[in-house]
Structure formats: structure tokens, C-alpha cells
Design a protein around this ligand. Structure first.
Ligand code: 5GP
Length: 177
């Protein structure tokens, strides 16, 4: 189906399942090359990144660890501006090669606020992998190292991303009309 309704909004198909899966494979291949001989720790940001993190992780051939943390900065279709950690980080990051896994970087505020907290733990390296990047919406300068798709500044749902709790199960990504 190319047009769907989630709550009160209508969305058009934007990225097909095949397009997403192909790009995830390419990102994983790049990470496999870049981290050859290392053992990166992926920190996936819940809730939105769970699907991307799982698909990316399945494509890895390097030894790797993964953990999940929860930050909240979005309510409905507007950023609330507050970053709250509700599931803490238990792993010790000292000396580790850390890769943050995000579903989408929008203004950059979430990661801009969160990265210094990780930096204090002195990981050996700290990189960002995001499936989507709204680079034209950047307010807080941030340069994700692995980007699936640079997308326009329009609200999207699907493949883990929700609109007020719904739409995460969609295999494709849809853009609001
Ligand atoms: P930032 O802090 O970069 O402005 O926003 C990051 C968070 O905002 C993402 O992790 C995501 O939860 C949410 N977000 C930003 N844009 C969108 C969007 O188009 N759709 C959805 N579902 N969430 C978004």
C-alpha cells in the first residue's frame, strides 16, 4: 500500500523495505571494514532504533556487543526539547569502541546533549550510526559517521519510528503528506 493513515495523518510511501534493507547491508559492510580486528559496542537508543539496530547487528561479521538505552525527547510530532534518560547505561565504556545507533537525527539535540555523558567514560572511540538524517533541520551541530539516508525535514513513520505510539511495525518508511 502506498498511502497509509496513522491516527489523524496520511502518509505516503517514502522508502521501500528493499531500499532500507539494501542500505542497512551497505552500512554494515562499511562498519565491518572499519572495525576489522576490533570489538565495537553498539549502544542503540530506544524506542525508535530497535528495528534498525537488529537488522544492522545481524549483518555484522566483526565481533560486536550491543546494549539498549532509552532517552525521550519527542512527543507527538514536535520535539519536547527535554532529554530524559529512563533506562541507564550499565556497560563500562572505558577504552571501548562505541557506536551509537539512532533511528533519526533531526535537530541533533538528543545526541548533542547525550554524547558528553558518554565521553566522560573515556571510550577509545565514539561514532554515530543513524538510519535517517534530516541534515537541513540541524540546530545542534553533529556529524553522524554512518548515515542511511539524508531526508527532507518532513515527519516520517515506520521501521521503528512512531507517530504517537503507532506505525513502528511498518516494514517501510512513510512521509507525512
Ligand atoms: P533530535 O534531538 O535530533 O531533534 O531528534 C531526535 C529524535 O526525535 C529521534 O530519535 C526521534 O525519536 C524523533 N524524531 C525526529 N524526527 C522524527 C520524525 O520525522 N519521525 C519520528 N517518528 N520521530 C522523529
Amino acid at each position: 500500500m502506498s498511502t497509509i493513515k496513522v491516527h489523524d495523518k496520511t502518509f505516503d510511501i517514502y522508502l521501500s523495505e528493499e531500499t532500507i534493507q539494501q542500505r542497512v547491508k551497505e552500512l554494515a559492510a562499511q562498519i565491518n571494514t572499519d572495525y576489522a580486528g576490533k570489538r565495537p559496542l553498539f549502544i542503540a537508543i530506544l524506542n525508535g532504533s530497535f528495528m534498525f539496530a537488529a537488522d544492522l547487528f545481524k549483518q555484522l561479521t566483526v565481533e560486536a556487543e550491543i546494549c539498549f538505552i532509552k532517552l525521550a525527547s519527542y512527543k507527538g510530532m514536535k520535539s519536547s526539547g527535554n532529554v530524559v534518560t529512563s533506562i541507564g547505561l550499565e556497560d563500562d565504556l572505558f577504552g571501548k569502541d562505541v557506536i551509537i545507533v539512532e533511528d533519526i537525527v533531526d535537530t541533533g539535540k538528543t545526541l548533542h546533549n547525550f554524547l558528553p555523558k558518554l565521553g566522560h567514560q573515556q571510550p577509545r572511540s565514539l561514532k554515530i550510526a543513524t538510519l535517517l538524517h534530516k541534515s537541513e533541520a540541524t540546530v545542534f551541530p553533529l556529524h553522524p559517521d554512518y548515515v542511511g539516508f539524508d531526508i527532507p525535514n518532513k515527519f516520517v513513520v515506520g521501521y521503528g519510528l512512531d507517530y504517537d505510539g503507532l506505525g513502528r511495525n511498518l516494514k517501510e518508511i512513510y512521509q507525512v503528506i
